[in-house]
Write a protein that binds this ligand. Structure first.
Ligand SMILES: [Zn+2]
Length: 454
């Protein structure tokens, strides 16, 4: 506070910072009149996509649409066949036909988010287009969803990390790509599973286009699909940059809409691009490994281990309530029947190994703690009871019982951190120590020693 001449008090209140930034919104409109596809049109689609649409397909389009960045189609019911679309380029000509598969992501059934959700194709990022032509199976009831970028006056807030375990690598927050603020994202107490996806669509994007791609996905998921927010928790671009997508995914365990029946208690990471016919760049695999290692480790889960995950609702692979025995990092096709994430499946081994490294970087490095609660001689044996745990994991850990130079491994015991170990006692003084075997950060640690005379 400054008191100016004449007693005027000048106080400095923080002024809200405003700026003009790009924001995106989806518009839903009717598909214009469609005509029966001719043989030459079907042949053109086949030569450009490698797939021939059904003979009774219908084609139509709109040549004057306000410039859009992303396009997809909302359907009254799931289609067995793909939808095809081509775009009018900046020079006025049509580009090649693209195949749009039905989206296989979605919220868990029975949730509030699922209640208002629509069936759609995957969205396609197009950069900037002003018209389109679509080929649909005959009889399909479809609407077109286009995403438009607009400059808006927004208040700028800096984002700090509220999570107890901040990531040990750099991460772009939702405020860094112009995400629309959302409310109502549900969170889970604990994560035990990581699911990797690809987004399909184009691999020919530039680093500068990534924020627009992310806004297109979010706008399509909110305005086209009727979801609360973007379906994925995180995205990684082909340059290796990690982006927070669904709100609160960094600071909490946001429940996504990326893997039906497996959303609650999992983290979904999408690598931007189509990896059906090629593997993903190593830097993108590394970005996904960073997210999985950090999120799983901060939930006390080993990213190189396995999990028994109960399917919350049904997917087309697991019925509701089924316990799926899975690696803690899986490809989307391991939770439901889908081609996602394509050839990234071949890269899961290295992704898990690198996630193990990032898990160790993420943890405070707690070493095992524990105590010997009782020690007694029973017949020829010395019997020791106590407890042993490592703050880096919810799981039990194993330990070693040492008496003089005898060492016996203490098996980890499911469900509690207690142990009972019995081994041959020596005549005279037995000095017994228990060593906790470390997991993640930290080191093996003698936690307690006691002596007893036989
Ligand atoms: Zn997927």
């Amino acid at each position: 506070m400054i008191v100016a001449a004449g007693g005027l008090v000048l106080s400095f209140l923080p002024l809200p910072l405003v700026a003009f930034e790009m924001r995106s919104a989806g518009a839903v409109s009717e598909v214009p009149e469609l005509h029966a596809a001719s043989g030459s049109e079907l042949a053109e689609i086949e030569s450009e996509t490698g797939e021939r649409p059904g003979e009774s397909s219908v084609i139509g389009g709109d040549e004057s649409v306000e410039p859009f960045t992303t396009i997809g189609f909302r359907l009254s019911e799931p289609l067995a066949d793909p939808v095809y679309v081509r775009l009018i380029q900046s020079d006025g000509s049509y580009g090649e036909w693209n195949q749009l598969d039905p989206t296989d992501e979605g919220p868990d059934e029975g949730t509030a988010e699922a209640a208002g959700a629509s069936v759609t194709t995957d969205p396609l990022f197009v950069g900037s287009a002003t018209g389109y032509e679509v080929s649909l199976p005959s009889g399909a009831d479809a609407e077109v969803v286009t995403v438009h970028d607009r400059m808006q006056r927004v208040s700028v807030e800096s984002t700090s990390f509220a999570s107890t375990t901040p990531p040990p690598f750099s991460i772009k927050r939702t405020t860094d790509w112009g995400a629309r603020p959302v409310t109502g994202v549900a969170t889970a107490q604990k994560l035990t599973l990581g699911v990797i996806h690809h987004t399909a669509g184009s691999n020919n994007y530039t680093a500068a286009q990534v924020p627009s791609i992310l806004r297109g996905i979010q706008a399509f998921h909110i305005d086209g699909r009727g979801w609360t927010d973007a379906g994925y928790n995180f995205a990684v671009d082909k340059f290796g940059t990690v982006w927070e997508m669904r709100a609160t995914s960094v600071d909490a365990n946001a429940i996504g809409a990326h893997a039906i029946a497996f959303n609650t208690g999992s983290v979904g990471v999408a690598i931007l691009g189509d990896y059906i016919s090629s593997t993903a760049p190593d830097v993108a695999i590394e970005g996904a490994a960073q997210v999985f290692g950090w999120k799983l480790a901060s939930n006390g889960v080993d990213p190189t281990g396995r999990t028994a995950f109960t399917a919350g609702s049904g997917s087309n692979l697991f019925s509701a309530g089924t316990v799926a025995n899975l690696s803690t990092i899986v490809g989307h096709r391991e939770t439901s029947s889908t081609s996602c994430p394509g050839r990234i499946m071949e890269q899961l081994g290295s992704m898990r190994a690198r996630a193990g490294f990032w898990a160790s970087q993420s943890l405070g490095g707690a070493s095992p703690t524990g105590a010997i609660d009782s020690i007694k001689i029973s017949g020829v044996n010395v019997v020791v009871t106590g407890w042993l745990r490592d703050e880096d994991t919810w799981d039990t850990i194993s330990g070693v019982f040492v008496n003089r130079d005898r060492r016996v491994t203490i098996p980890s015991n499911g469900g509690s951190y207690r142990f009972v170990v019995s081994d041959v006692a020596f005549p005279g003084t037995n000095e017994v120590c228990i060593i906790g075997i470390n997991v993640f950060g930290g080191r093996n640690q003698p936690v307690d020693c006691k002596t007893i005379v036989k």
